[in-house]
Design a protein around this ligand. Structure first.
Ligand code: AHR
Length: 549
């Protein structure tokens, strides 16, 4: 019998002084015809969120004293590409000709909102755009910067008014670490080496002098560097063996220029389940010149027919979640290959593009990838972060695509208006896990069944922070049923539980410019703690984060 059923039986037994109820019921407790007192008890249990109708229970064990790997804060990273209104209009509005309050051209409202997320790193300038970007076009007086055509994203003119200084100074405003993606596809080794010198060398080199002449005396000290992007596709359509050689060449000449930020070089990684790509990179690149290998995986129903971001059926929702939960298998399989070549896990797996990808909003430029964000995206984010936590020994950075106005954004803007998406709220609720120790979780969950297919309904992750506070995050992807879960927390010293929940009446609900607060987190009353047993009553389609003190 599952833990929760046992608990119900205990309650009934206590209330009615029934001695041997469990032995009489092979499957479920036999509930006697309710007397008035019993009716009251049932009503009280139902109010506590413990409905008898949904009591095929989930159960889990969290090992509070057995945590080893730290959940790197960097798995809460973001991604900003020169794509649609991500940079221009979303993050940057320029200093002149705008009524939108800004600091050096960067929107104050967006900065304030992002600061609350505690974003640890921001990847820029792409994506596919990175392999067409020549960084020297984006420095010096703005009026003299050459223009280019953004060939990947809408064929629009890029005037390079947002360049290296703008990005790195924006990172300072946000309190985040920059992650620069270098141009390997159409650039040169010298160009990338010059970029590392420009941003990292304090003084005495040609690029340090150029930086000073452009008004920035001190080097910024950039640690994270992408050596190309999607080299198997928009980054040059390379074969893995060829890219591995190119990577070795670039990585040889990239140095930190004596800056205390030692370079962390990230190889352009596999497209989803291209395990061969990871195999070749791990085999052919010496590990003393490789700090991270990337992986890109989007939750897409069908690349030719991605479906609306807001108007979708339950079966399409199910497919999106199937793709999202596939991240677990992907990480396991890529990690197994990495383990073969790197058993000590020195090289990190960096999921530097992930999220849901749907059709653009009606009447918007198809090349701008502007999509709304519903409760579907919230549960997608929660479930994916739980997967990253579970694999925190190998996954040490991840970047949600993309930060503002593109794909699964945390923020959408429309001129001076700004809204926070359901995904924003999940990233904010979950940030308590940043740099906390991951706690192992074993879970037995009900299925979420649609037609002939099923997925695990509930996912759970837990961590212990430096002050000893335990946080437990749960998602229920089932859009029809609430789920009860009983969690045994072994080694728990806490006495109280509190938390927040994000949920909505419908999975298709979203925040709009007219109704920006339709979905926001609220205090959660569906959790109780008795000794080391935590009982949680999750609403349908919900994300919950609990704090145990
Ligand atoms: O995020 C949008 C695009 O998706 C990126 O530019 C590219 O790297 C990926 O294919």
């Amino acid at each position: 019998m599952l833990d929760f059923e046992c608990w119900i039986v205990q309650c009934i037994r206590k209330q009615f002084n029934i001695q041997n109820l469990t032995s009489e019921i092979p499957q479920r407790p036999i509930i006697p015809t309710p007397s008035p007192t019993m009716k009251k008890t049932i009503a009280a249990l139902a109010i506590a969120g413990l409905s008898f109708q949904t009591y095929a229970q989930n159960s889990a064990t969290v090992y509070a004293d057995s945590g080893k790997a730290v959940i790197s804060k960097h798995i809460y990273g973001h991604f900003a590409e020169h794509l649609g209104a991500c940079i221009y209009g979303g993050l940057y509005v320029g200093e002149n000709n705008t009524k939108i309050p800004n600091t050096a051209g960067v929107r104050n409202d967006v900065v304030d909102a992002l600061k609350k997320l505690k974003i640890p790193n921001l990847r820029w300038p792409g994506g596919c755009f990175a392999d067409t970007y020549h960084w020297k076009d984006g420095i010096g007086p703005k009026s003299q910067r050459p223009s280019m055509i953004n060939a990947w994203w809408g064929g629009v003119t890029e005037d390079n008014s947002f360049g290296t200084h703008d990005f790195l100074n924006m990172c300072k405003l946000l309190g985040t670490e920059p992650y620069l993606a270098g141009n390997v596809g159409s650039g040169t080794v010298k160009e990338l080496v010059d970029w590392t010198q420009y941003v990292n060398h304090d003084a005495g080199s040609p690029m340090a002098n150029l930086r000073k002449a452009n008004g920035q005396d001190k080097a910024w000290g950039v640690k994270f560097w992408g050596v190309g992007n999607e080299a198997w596709g928009c980054g040059g359509n390379m074969r893995p063996e060829y890219y591995a050689n190119i990577y070795r060449q670039y990585a040889t000449f990239m140095t930190d220029w004596g800056n205390s930020s030692k370079l962390f070089r990230i190889a352009s990684g596999a497209n989803s389940k291209d395990y061969h790509w990871t195999e070749v990179l791990m085999r052919d690149i010496p590990h003393n010149m490789l700090e991270g290998v990337a992986l890109h995986h989007y939750s897409v129903i069908n690349w030719d027919k991605k479906g609306s971001a807001t108007d979708f059926s339950e079966s399409l929702y199910f497919k999106t979640m199937q793709e999202a939960l596939f991240m677990d298998e992907l990480i396991q399989k890529h990690s197994a290959i990495m383990d073969k070549y790197d058993p000590k896990k020195k090289v990190a797996l960096i999921v530097d593009e992930w999220g849901g990808w749907y059709e653009v909003e009606p009447n918007t430029n198809p090349g701008f990838l502007f999509q709304q964000n519903t409760m579907r995206d919230a549960v997608l984010a929660g479930a994916t972060l739980n997967i990253f936590h579970k694999h925190s020994d190998r996954v040490r950075m991840a970047n949600l695509a993309q930060i503002v106005n593109v794909l699964q954004s945390v923020i959408l803007t429309k001129e001076e208006k700004m809204i926070l998406t359901p995904t924003y709220h999940v990233m904010e609720m979950y940030n308590v896990h940043q740099d906390a120790t991951n706690l192992p979780v074993e879970i037995k969950t009900n299925d979420y069944v649609v037609g002939s297919e099923k997925l695990p309904a509930v996912s759970v992750s837990a961590s212990k922070d430096k002050a000893g506070v335990i946080h437990v995050s749960l998602t229920n992807i089932d859009i029809n049923k609430g789920q009860e879960i009983s969690i045994n927390i072994k080694g728990l010293k806490a006495k109280t539980v509190s938390g927040r929940v994000l949920t909505a009446a419908k999975v298709q609900d979203f925040n709009s410019f007219d109704n920006p607060n339709k979905i926001t987190p609220t205090a959660f009353k569906g959790a109780t703690l008795a000794g080391d047993v935590l009982k949680v009553s999750l609403p349908a389609t919900s994300v919950v984060v609990l704090e145990l003190k």
